[in-house]
Ligand binder design. Sequence first.
Ligand SMILES: Cc1ncc(COP(=O)(O)O)c(C=O)c1O
Length: 419
Amino acid sequence: MQSNESELLIGGLPAAELADRFGSPLYVYDGNRIQAQYRRLNAAFAHFPHRLLYAIKANANLNLIRLLLAEGAGLDVVSAPELQLALRAGARPEQILFTPNGVGFDEYEEAIKAGVCINIDNLATLEHFGATCGSRIPVCIRFNPHIYAGGHSHIQTGHIDSKFGISIHQLRHVQRIVEAHDLNVEGLHMHTGSDILDAEIFLKGADVLFEAARSFRPLRYIDFGSGFKVAYREGDTVTDVEDLGRRLGQRLAAFAAETGSQPEIWFEPGKFLVSEAGWLIARVNVVKQTVASTFLCLNTGQNHLIRPMFYDAYHRVVACRPARPETKRLYTVVGYICETDTLASDRQLPETMAGDYLAIANAGAYGFSMASNYNCRLRPAEVLVLDGQAHLIRRAETLDQLLANQVELEALKPTQSAS
Ligand SMILES: Cc1ncc(COP(=O)(O)O)c(C=O)c1O
């Protein structure tokens, strides 16, 4: 966070002024912070051939995608619409990896037609792909390495009960399908979850995939997914990506020496690139004193940022321009949705009045992209601050847009009562 002591700055601009200018609630992203995160990760793996594919599910605004494409990123997409968005953003097909799970083959056909890298996460689809495409189209195979990792249980994907990937114990079955259809396996893939602090977890996964790689012809790439942990609380530690880069480089060198092949190493960061760059700025509608707490009721809620409710995620809350920063009080910060949408409990914040702005941190990833229209609330505008300039990159939604796809049946329309 940047601050000039009395107010929150985002990319050098006062958050409260951005909210005054563009309205609230408002998502604001610090573009230079996104670039810095990309450059840090890229440098951590610079000593071996690698590729960073931005997982656009984290935040699919075209401008953020383009900012990362300009840095040299590829893109990880998980659905046909995300694929279309990636192409619309300007990515070349070969820069895109299609990593859906549990989708119909029609979505794969769309991706095959588009010429992007195909990642398959179940045996039935792999077999169908083999029968349909044979060796004509290269393919990547997503394994589940059965490694328990990640923060909240909803974001752990490598365990035995997870729906994701093909169990590593089914490697022999995969080989049978590959041989039967002469599949051109160009990559192996895993993603064990999100919020993984310990580099050792990634290395364990690397060991599993390097071992599996010996069962295939030389691979073009091995993709270790993502899950790098970012800082949520003040003083939080993050994944030591430089240490991971060093140790992974050693593993790769040993693999190359033994097998004579050196695949590229791919990662698919989402959170690491955009989480900390994003803030959700909201206005305090009401300060509500109850017998147990003081609630700050915001003009936003789980419709705009669901992570605290869905993942029990901790998001820092910062007063944008506190009138009396030294006078701290204990507050619980809640949304305006007809649910218990508590954004933050028992936080020490400067004394706050109705009309003040608060900013919720780590809102760049899985914030807007998971937003909904629940309670018929409209989604907010988004602003990108780049090199000290604020740019509107999404207008706030309108009621007409909310209603655009509703079909009103003539027979049920209210009639004008004759008086
Ligand atoms: C396949 C895959 N790749 C990459 C990511 C991005 O993970 P993160 O946001 O933790 O970096 C996800 C997140 O769910 C994922 O499912």
